[in-house]
Design a protein around this ligand. Sequence first.
Ligand code: ATP
Ligand code: MG
Length: 277
Amino acid sequence: MSRIESTSCKVIAVANQKGGVGKTTSTINLAQALGFHGKKVLIVDLDPQANATQGVGVDLEHIKLSVADLIRDRAAQTEQALFEGAEFSLIPSSPMLARVEREMVGITNSEMRLAQRISQIRSRFDFILIDTPPTFGPLMNTALNAADRVLVPVDSGFFALMGIKELLAEIEEIKNATNPGLRVLGYLLTLADGTRMTQETWDGLTSAFGNEVLKTKIRRTVKLREAPALGRTIFHHDPNGAGAEDYLELSKEILSKVEEKKEPECHLSLVSGVNHV
Ligand SMILES: Nc1ncnc2c1ncn2[C@@H]1O[C@H](COP(=O)(O)OP(=O)(O)OP(=O)(O)O)[C@@H](O)[C@H]1O
Ligand SMILES: [Mg+2]
C-alpha cells in the first residue's frame, strides 16, 4: 500500500538572545503538546547549558553522542545521537558544545552542519524544535540555518522588547545569506501575570508586530518553574494546571497557523509500506 504523504516537517528554532525568557520551557512543553495531536516531534537541544536535555529527564552521564558530536565530527551517525521516546524524541546537548562552538569560528560552513544533519532525518518528523542558547554566535546561526521558522518567546518584563530588533536583524542576515525561507512563526508572551508590566509588554508587542503575536499567553506558574528540576514536562508534573492548559492551547494555535497556509516549500514524497499508514 502506498500513499502520498506530506513530509512538510516544520523545523522551528525557539530563539531569543535574552536569557531566561522561557525558550527551553516552551520547547519542551510545546513538543509534548504537539505529540498529543499525533505529531511526531524531535527536540534538538542546541544549548551548552543542556537544560532541555535534563528538563526532559535525560541524565548527561548517559549520553554517548550529543549534538556537539554531530556538529564536530562528520563521521558521527545522526541516528546514534537520537533518544527515541514514546512522546517525543531528543537529540541531546552536552557541556562540550561550548567548546565545539568556539572551534566553529573560522571553519567554513560549520554553521550549516546541523542543517545537513536535519535534512537527513526531517522526513521522519512532523516538527523539529531547536532550543537555542541566550547569545548570538555560531550556535544561534546554526539553529537559524537549520530552521524554517523562528518562535520568539518574550518574557513579560521591563527589558523584554529591547533585544528583538537585533534578533530580527540576525534573522534577516541569515535569510539573505544562506536560508531564504526563514521566517518568524510568532512572538510568544511568556511569564505572564496580572501585573501592569505584562499588559504593557503585550501592548508593546502587539503594536510592533500585530498578528505575528501569538494569541496564547503562557502564564507564570510555580508548577512550570518546578517541572524541569524533576525532569518532567508540565503534562506529567501538573496535567490539569494552567501551564499544561496554556501549552496545549499554544500547540493548537501553532498547528492552525502552520496548517492554514499550505506553504509552497512543502515537499511531497511517495511513501510506501504499511508502517507509514
Ligand atoms: N511560565 C512560567 N512560569 C514560571 N516559571 C517559568 C515559566 N517559564 C519559565 N519559567 C522558569 O524560568 C526560568 C527560565 O526559563 P527557561 O529556562 O525556559 O528560559 P530560557 O529562555 O530557556 O533560559 P536560557 O536563556 O538560560 O536558556 C526557569 O527556571 C523556568 O523554570
Ligand atoms: Mg534555555
